[in-house]
Design a binder for this molecule. Structure first.
Ligand code: A3P
Length: 318
């Protein structure tokens, strides 16, 4: 479990022994807790997060299914929130990875000596998580804080995750892993999966409380980034002004946060996070449809059928 044993409480150690566990061939262990599969390095954070996190009404919580464009969303939300604090050509995004500027909430609940001290984090806070809606702390659901949810076509998400997991586990990407982990994905066994439950829970929440939960898809953002940036800014309570629009601020924000720009920044090319993972792992291809280079027609058919079945009647499709 990533050498974190000393961080785990005895109570958690006892709980872990009772939870179903599966190993992804890419080198990540998943534990099944209350209906969802959590990666071993984050299972320890879930209970303290649920019990201790106190949302503030002004918080913005970015939620995503892993590998759905979290890094991009973090950059965009940070840029929007700080438009009046820094000129875009002096943005902290140019020298700091988006995961540092918009940290994961798990960092605040990571063992006895967490990386993130929430009490020191300036308000209004922008924070992130991959935790499913049903597992969010009640304080998030009860407060007035806003949630932005981002997901992605499961075929691309799956391929992106497979590469990412290999990099995190320091093993070369091996296409032969895919067969087994694809089968696991389709059985619901994937980080924070089942995929469809994660997506459907937030979809439902976004329809029930549209002012509180914004639902986004990576592919839609790629296709029409300008409209989606406007929607995001409006949802954040920070709509672009007519002057900003006419001055091309939307395009500038998109350029700053683009895959090509972020990927080539010194920090994202050469620096590492506190876990020792290079930031470059968050930037691979940044394209829609890369699954076609890896998956067989029968895998694609299986996934498409499964998605049709799971999303039937929801008004949502992939
Ligand atoms: P690929 O592996 O398909 O390239 P996350 O940020 O949730 O970990 O998701 C990572 C995925 O988003 C990767 O997809 C990565 O390349 C892509 N990505 C990272 N930064 C991006 C950006 N600024 N714009 C679009 N996609 C980006």
């Amino acid at each position: 479990t990533c050498g974190d044993e000393e961080r785990i409480s005895e109570e958690m150690e006892e709980l872990l022994k009772t939870l179903p566990m599966e190993k992804l061939p890419e080198g990540i262990d998943l534990y099944f807790y209350e209906g969802h599969w959590y990666p071993s390095m984050f299972i320890h954070c879930i209970i303290p997060f649920q019990q201790q996190f106190k949302a503030q009404d002004t918080d913005l919580i970015l939620v995503s299914f892993p590998k759905s464009g979290t890094t991009w969303l973090k950059a965009l939300a940070f840029a929007i929130a700080n438009l009046n604090n820094y000129p875009l050509n002096e943005s902290p995004l140019l020298a700091t990875n988006p995961h540092v500027l918009v940290p994961f909430l798990s960092d605040a609940f990571y063992g006895k000596n967490p990386f993130l001290k929430l009490e020191d984090f300036p308000s209004p806070r922008i924070l992130a998580t991959h935790v499913p809606h049903s597992a969010l702390p009640t304080s998030i659901k009860d407060s007035d804080c806003r949630v932005v949810y981002l997901c992605r076509n499961p075929l691309d998400q799956f391929i992106s995750f497979s590469h990412f997991a290999c990099k995190l586990s320091n093993r070369p990407f091996d296409p032969s892993f895919i067969e087994e982990s694809f089968d696991m994905f389709c059985r619901g066994v994937s980080a924070y999966g089942p995929f469809w439950d994660h997506v459907l829970e937030y979809w439902k929440a976004s329809r029930e409380r549209p002012g509180k939960v914004l639902f986004l898809k990576y592919e839609d953002m790629k296709e029409d980034p300008i409209s989606h940036l406007k929607v995001l800014a409006k949802f954040m309570g920070l709509p672009f002004s007519v002057e900003e629009e006419s001055q091309g601020v939307i395009e500038e924000v998109l350029k700053l946060c683009s895959f090509d720009n972020l990927k080539d920044l010194e920090v994202n090319k050469n620096e590492k996070n506190r876990m020792g993972h290079p930031y470059s792992v968050f930037f691979r291809k940044g394209e829609v449809g890369d699954w076609a280079n890896y998956l067989t027609p029968s895998m694609v058919e299986r996934m498409n059928k499964l998605m049709e079945e799971k999303f039937a009647g929801s008004g949502l499709d992939f």
